[in-house]
Design a binder for this molecule. Structure first.
Ligand code: FES
Length: 77
């Protein structure tokens, strides 16, 4: 999946502020998380390993789960 295809799958609310840090602890912009998912990171753990997002106090975990739910059909959380 390309990043553009991924963006097409997301509801408007998840498409906002793509350049803003989704994970502020580690300064990971939302677009980087989306990119990691398109490159095969299909679980929270894989997204974390690839981008360091959610590796701080974990407060952005829910946001990553939301993206996974939209972009990975078989994702269950
Ligand atoms: S904002 Fe992502 S771990 Fe803190």
């Amino acid at each position: 999946m390309t990043v553009d295809e991924a963006l097409n799958l997301l509801p408007e609310i998840l498409k906002r502020n793509l350049e803003r840090n989704l994970c502020v602890c580690n300064e990971v912009p939302k677009i980087n998380v989306i990119k990691a998912i398109t490159e095969g990171a299909d679980t929270l753990e894989k997204v974390r390993a690839k981008t360091y997002a959610s590796d701080g106090n974990g407060c952005c975990r829910r946001q990553i789960e939301d993206l996974l739910e939209c972009l990975v059909p078989e994702h269950d959380s």
